[in-house]
Structures are given as C-alpha cells and as structure tokens.
Design a protein around this ligand. Structure first.
Ligand code: NAD
Length: 338
C-alpha cells in the first residue's frame, strides 16, 4: 500500500536528503517503493528549492510552501496524509543566542500545531526529528535515551520542549509518535553557517576559519546518508512512544576536525586558523549512546568519516553555484542582510 508522507522542512539540509533518498535521487539501493511525498516548507533562509530540484518532476512528489504554525494549512495537509516526518525547525545555535523568539515559535508552537493536527486527522505515524543537544553537555560517558534532558541553549531548550510535547501526544492521545535524537550531521547541501561547510567554503576561498574558544569542544559526527537510513528504520520498524538516539561513531574535538579539514583542503594551521571568542554557554561535549537503535532496529553507521569528509569537500569544490550566493549573503554585515 502506498504511504502518503508529509515531510516538514524538506527543503533544508537533512529533510531534502531524506526526500531525495526516498524518491531515488541519492543512492539507488536506499530508494523506498510505494511512497508519495509532500514537502511542507516555509522556505526560510535555510530552505532552498534547489535542494529538491532532482525530485521536483517525480510523479510522487509535491511541494507546498507554508508555515507549520498555520493550523488550517497543517490540518488540511494532515487529513491528506498517512504519516508525518517532521524536520522543520530553526536549527542554528548561534542564531538562537542572538534572537530566540523564532526558535520558540517554530520549534515549540509549530511542533505542537502539527501534533494537534496529526492527532485530529488520525495520522498513523509521526516521526519527530530531534537532536542530541537536548541532553545538555557531558565530560564523560554517553547518554542513553532514559537520561534526563538538560538543554543549555535556547535552540536545544526549544527542541527539548518539542520532544516532550510530542511524547505527551503519545501518552495522552495514543498518537504513534517516535522521537529520534541524532548527533551532528555532515554532508553535501549543508547550509554554510554550520562548522563543516563554513570551514570548507572559507578554505576554498583562501580565507581563515574561525575556531571557537580553545577548540576543545567535542562532537560526534554522523554522515547524512547514515542519518537518513536510521530515520527510515525508525519510521518503518520503530515502536510508538519510543525515543531512539542516532550516533555516527566519530567523536572529534573542533581542533581535531579543523586539522582534518585543513589536510583535505591543502591548507596549513598557521595560515588558516584564527581563534575567536567562544560561543556563549558553549556545550563542551555531546555523546549519545545508540545501543538501542543498533540492537532493536539493526542500525550501524556505514560511512567512514575520512571518506565522508573527502566526498563532502569535493561536493563543495564542484558546486560553487549552490553555495556562493549563500556565502556572500552571510559575509555581508549583519545589518545589511535580508
Ligand atoms: P535546516 O535549518 O537546514 O532546515 C530547516 C528547514 O525547515 C528549512 O528548509 C526551513 O525553511 C524549514 N522551516 C523553518 N521554519 C519553518 C516553519 N515555521 N514552517 C515550515 N518550514 C520551516 O535544518 P537541518 O539541519 O536540516 O535539521 C533538520 C532537523 O534535524 C531539525 O529539526 C534539527 O533540529 C534536527 N537536527 C539537525 C542536526 C544537524 O546536524 N543539522 C543535528 C541534530 C538534529
């Protein structure tokens, strides 16, 4: 039976990769038969229709520009779909430090609006895509799904709120909600404000890369292909009301990551790195324990980090037309930006 899937935020980095994968525009072996996909996306600064160009003529694809906070629109769309895969969010921590209102509106109110519409429409499965950042920061060990949420930034606090509201719709209304919490994604089509694409595009332009604080903050890196496979496992084989952590298996400090990027791009530390004032409240280390998704759903990351990073750099080298307009906007003084 064909599943009609509503994908929110499907013009962004991860959502568009998910949609391209389902509809056969990424790796052919990951194509999913018997799905019809509608992307609902507001096309904020992070949304880009070019990301969906490879599937825009696909007979099982449609696009709706709109806001997840619009109850009439999401009510109408929910009634026409079987499942929701929810990516739409304000996603950049630094922006949430400068101005958090939009994070609360989209991530909290928007998620609630969608859940309520899904419940009323009798949606079969609601996959809520969240983040490891909801657990806070830890010096050692890894968080299992049962750990308490201790988010520190306005971004992660808004995501934690949305996770709890999502799970409440399962407990209260019996809606089949599944929550995933993944580590830092990397890959192609990543908006160039995040560390990996920011550093790559700077290095390709012969510019310095800004390293926060002492560069000792640690993140676990997850290739976008692996994340999308894990999401499909959670959507198709996960259990209602469950949370699944998704890790990549490559923990690196920002200093170590920078060294790897410099090597791939052929640049040197002394010429290309400048230390900048640390991010306010910068979480020191994230680390998810992803035993549950491995044992229950058979997930393991496949992409080796060195290969994934080299492919990502190559993609940015070969696709300047995609990122140059975004980068030139980001490099304008803040008060002149759109
Ligand atoms: P992104 O910023 O690249 O894309 C977000 C998309 O949501 C954009 O297309 C944007 O236009 C859309 N959007 C924003 N507000 C909207 C609204 N009100 N209504 C409809 N659409 C709206 O984000 P991403 O990196 O692709 O992340 C997707 C999801 O994964 C987010 O929920 C994020 O919290 C989560 N996540 C991301 C990472 C990562 O490393 N990128 C890690 C963990 C979790």
């Amino acid at each position: 039976m064909t599943e009609r899937i509503l994908v929110t935020g499907g013009a962004g980095f991860i959502g568009s990769h998910y949609v391209r994968t389902l509809l056969g525009a990424e790796s052919p072996e990951d194509t999913v038969p018997d799905v019809r996909v509608t992307v609902l996306d507001k096309l904020t600064y992070a949304g880009n229709l070019t990301n969906l160009a490879p599937v825009c003529a696909h007979p099982d694809f449609s696009f709706v520009q709109g806001d997840i906070c619009d109850p009439d629109l999401v009510g109408r769309l929910s009634a026409e779909h079987d499942q929701v895969v929810h990516f739409a969010a304000e996603s950049h921590v630094d922006r949430s430090i400068d101005a958090s209102a939009e994070f609360i509106r989209t991530n909290v109110t928007g998620t609630h609006t969608l859940l309520d519409a899904a419940h009323r429409a009798g949606i079969k499965t609601f996959l809520h895509v969240s983040t490891d950042e909801v657990y806070g920061s830890t010096e050692r060990g890894s968080w299992p799904e049962t750990d308490p949420l201790r988010p520190n930034s306005p971004y992660s606090a808004s995501k934690a709120a949305s996770d709890l509201i999502a799970l409440s719709y399962h407990r209260t209304h019996g809606l089949d909600v599944r929550v995933t919490r993944c580590s830092n994604n990397y890959g192609h089509h990543h908006y160039p404000e995040k560390i990996i694409p920011l550093f790559i595009t700077n290095l390709l332009d012969g510019r310095k890369v800004p390293l926060y604080g002492d560069g000792g903050n640690v993140r676990d890196w997850l290739h976008i292909d692996d994340h999308v496979r894990a999401l499909e496992l959670a959507r198709t084989r996960g259990r209602a009301g469950e949370v699944y952590n998704i890790g990549g298996g490559t923990e690196l400090s920002n200093r170590e990551l920078t060294r790897l990027l410099l090597a791939v791009c052929g640049a040197t530390w002394d010429e290309s790195v400048e230390y900048v004032t640390d991010r306010k409240g910068h979480d020191r280390r994230y680390s998810v324990d992803w035993t549950k998704i491995r044992e229950e759903l058979g997930y393991t990351p496949r992409k080796d980090f060195a290969t994934g990073l080299a492919e990502t750099v190559r993609w940015y080298r070969d696709n300047r037309a995609w990122w140059e307009p975004l980068v030139s906007e980001l490099r304008r003084p803040a008060q002149l930006r759109r």
